[in-house]
Design a protein around this ligand. Sequence first.
Ligand code: 6GU
Length: 231
Amino acid sequence: MRIDIVSVFPEYLAPLQLSLIGKAATAGVLDIAVHDLRNWTTDKHRTVDDTPFGGGAGMVMKPDVWGRAIDDLATEDTVLVLPTPSGEVFTQGIAESLKAEQHLLFACGRYEGIDARVAEHYAASGMTVRELSLGDYVLNGGEVAALVMVEAIGRLVPGVIGNPESLVEESHGPDGLLEYPVYTKPPQWRGLNVPDVLLSGHHAKVAQWRQQQARERTAARRPDLWAKIQG
Ligand code: 6GU
């Protein structure tokens, strides 16, 4: 999978060189490149934003600069991802739907966002355009959101995670339940015991206990998810 990320703060994306995603990039499983949006400016001051039509606070990112960047980087099979707090909420299901794409192009907006005609133009041109939000809170720009999405999608690409078994029985998997609690040695720590059933060696009982814990956790912590499972 090829991943391009365009930002006015390319240094913000440095963590992509670390850990499993960084290793996958080094190994060639993921081909990740980060670009400075200002490379596509044409004026002396390398301007990327301007005041909003209709008035209001803040600045809006210019469509002409973004258009040149996206035209240069996009291919026949690009999915254009626009991280924005006004997007559809990014979920494990969306990560799954993007894991087999040839090319993801992340356009990280700052300030009050990117001129709306950019999304409109590329969608009308036949490109798949996904405006995606991490959740119901506001960040200063799309960079951290792009980091989150690249990690969530990238770890689903075959070869990125050494042991594919790690991908089963996770929170937000197909059963819709949160993950059960996990424990390791020592069996006693600061007066707290690991639940007896986990030390019993009784695999069926362990599975039954984990299932029950996952259900209790989901009901207590995520009534929204629990309602979907019941419904
Ligand atoms: Cl994708 N971008 C920004 N700027 N804020 C957010 C977000 C994205 N998702 C949640 N808040």
